[in-house]
Design a protein around this ligand. Structure first.
Ligand code: SF4
Ligand code: SF4
Length: 124
């Protein structure tokens, strides 16, 4: 069982991809949803997290220093697109997009050691 999580020392994907989602996931559409003031409208259907678009994206909800210690300030209220993004090697499966975001921030691909294990069981 993993005893560590690489995300708490990374944050790269939150400063690489545009985090866009259906507007109904915001507080306006769902009580307890993503805070409206941290989002901006894309069109009549979708919004994006502020800061996640442009040449040097960084979500406004990301706190800390990328590659050292980070957190999502709205973790319990984050959108489905954030919840659905798996860190590489979660359950032993490589996520190339995770590693691509890490590379853009000078971080190596996730290894089993980042999860605090020597290796993951091989699929039968
Ligand atoms: S809302 Fe949180 S998890 Fe989603 S991109 Fe922003 S900091 Fe990352
Ligand atoms: S890039 Fe991967 S390891 Fe880094 S925070 Fe995102 S999911 Fe976690």
């Amino acid at each position: 069982m993993p005893v560590s999580n690489p995300c708490v020392r990374c944050g790269a994907c939150c400063a690489f991809f545009r985090a866009s989602f259906y507007w109904g996931e915001t507080e306006s559409g769902t009580p307890g949803g993503v805070p409206d003031d941290l989002t901006e409208k894309i069109n009549d259907f979708r919004v994006q997290m502020k800061g996640t678009r442009g040449l040097n994206p960084r979500c406004v909800a990301l706190t800390g220093e990328i590659g050292r210690s980070v957190a999502c300030a709205i973790y319990e209220q984050r959108s489905s697109v954030c919840r659905a993004f798996p860190p590489s090697l979660q359950d032993g499966v490589v996520n190339e997009d995770c590693n691509r975001a890490r590379a853009a921030h000078g971080l190596k691909p996730v290894t089993p050691a980042d999860w605090g294990v020597e290796d993951f069981p091989k699929a039968a």
